[in-house]
Design a protein around this ligand. Structure first.
Ligand code: ADP
Length: 406
């Protein structure tokens, strides 16, 4: 079975086509600048030069049509015809409390996702455009949705409630949801496989450190707590997001700087984090480079960023009353040995001892970066959210076919 994985944003759309027998990626790519006259489709097939096509793509239905044309293109395509796509899986950011696992799309599911537009106004409407666009182009192909929040639905109320009047939770569902769930789920499973131990026996802290960043306490395979909250703004310091701060900063800043709520929201989401403190960039590579050249602001940004991660790891070890493994993943977590070293240098009390040489190794495979006598294993596990979306979609479609044939 071939599964097409779609991650639809408001003006962009990423895709990967999987052969589920081998779990190989047959092709992948993205459409950027949807809604503009010079939209760009970039298409990649292994061992072949990248293809770039510029055209006018005004909405998602046309974007999907272009992707399907490319996948079946005589020269650049990998499929004979579009009937060779047997299922489509979509990444959906917010599943609220309605979805604690991936599901096949039907009218009811679409209605539920629509109800959640308020909680993720930048993401869910775009995902819905992707779902409708696939429906229009491939009306007979089953679609599944895989939610960033679903994995964290196992959190207990003591983790997910905010200490504010409970009427706000009852009326508006204001609570912690957590994000990057697909990644935390995937890397914790891979970590257990790597350690050769059942996931159900393990206490793991996963650190997904990319442009957006979050930590999760994963107890016996289930999310027990996570650092992102009702939105992806809470928790760790990120590329451009502030992470945790005293909520009183918001009204105070509005008064002192004569800003609107929207302006403060934009400041906290787009002009804070690494970018604000370093004054250089939201990209960890550039911050580390500047630090190497003696830039003190870059050093402070780097240290603050690592310190927040260390604090979360410590608090999650306390929350779970122990830890077997700490896992780093995503762009910064997988690639920056400097960051991993800075985070772990404060964890020796817990029995975490990094091995400098192992930490410096680069690989696409999961690996241990602690010494053999370190009580806790620190692992680097490359994440693969698309593969998990493809696997969930495949499983759902297979189960449905089995039920039908019973
Ligand atoms: P996203 O959250 O957008 O999925 P990624 O997980 O792809 O982000 O992470 C992207 C970030 O990874 C970049 O902004 C960059 O800061 C960081 N990154 C990539 N390579 C390195 C590296 N070698 N050293 C430090 N940071 C890196």
């Amino acid at each position: 079975m071939n599964v097409l994985v779609i991650n639809a944003g408001s003006s962009s759309l990423k895709y990967q086509l999987y052969n589920m027998k081998t779990e190989d990626v047959l092709a992948k790519g993205r459409v950027e600048r949807i809604g503009m006259d010079s939209s760009i489709l970039t298409h990649e097939v292994e061992h072949q030069p990248e293809v770039r096509e510029v055209s006018e793509i005004l909405e998602h239905t046309t974007a999907i049509k272009k992707v399907l044309d490319m996948l079946t293109h005589r020269k650049f395509g990998v499929l004979r015809n579009i009937q060779d796509i047997q299922a489509v899986g979509h990444r959906v950011v917010h599943g609220g409390e309605s979805f604690s696992q991936s599901v096949l799309v039907d009218q009811e599911v679409k209605l539920e996702i629509r109800k959640l537009f308020d909680l993720a106004p930048l993401h869910n409407p775009a995902h819905m455009m992707g779902i409708v666009a696939v429906e229009t182009n491939l009306p007979d192909v089953p679609q599944a949705v895989v939610f960033d929040t679903a994995f964290h639905q196992s959190m207990p109320p003591s983790s997910y409630l905010y200490a504010i009047p409970t009427v706000l939770y009852r009326k508006h569902k204001i609570r912690r949801y957590g994000f990057h769930g697909t990644s935390h789920d995937y890397v914790s499973k891979r970590a257990a496989e790597f350690l050769g131990r059942p996931l159900e026996e393990l206490k793991i802290v996963t650190c997904h450190i990319g442009n957006g960043a979050s930590c999760a306490a994963i107890m016996h395979g289930k999310s027990y707590d996570t650092s992102m909250g009702m939105t992806p703004l809470e928790g760790l310091m990120m590329g451009t997001r502030s992470g945790d701060l005293d909520p009183a900063v918001v009204p105070f800043t509005i008064n002192k700087e004569d800003l609107t709520l929207n302006e403060v929201n934009s400041m906290l989401n787009k002009h804070s984090g690494l970018l604000a403190i370093s004054g250089i960039s939201s990209d960890m590579r550039e911050v580390v480079e500047a630090m190497g050249e003696g830039n003190e602001k870059a050093r402070l940004a780097f240290e603050m960023y690592a310190y927040r991660i260390r604090k979360y790891i410590g608090s999650y070890i306390a929350a779970m009353d122990g830890v077997d493994a700490i896992v780093f993943t995503a762009g910064v977590g997988e690639n920056s040995d400097a960051l991993r070293k800075e985070v772990c240098k404060g964890l020796t009390f817990f029995g975490v001892y990094l091995d400098g040489q192992r930490n410096a190794v680069r690989s696409q495979e999961p690996r241990r970066i602690t010494t053999d006598d370190s009580r806790v294993s620190v692992l680097v596990v490359p994440t693969n959210e698309e593969l998990l979306i493809a696997r969930d979609t495949f499983k759902l479609v297979q189960n449905r076919s089995e039920k039908k044939s019973e």
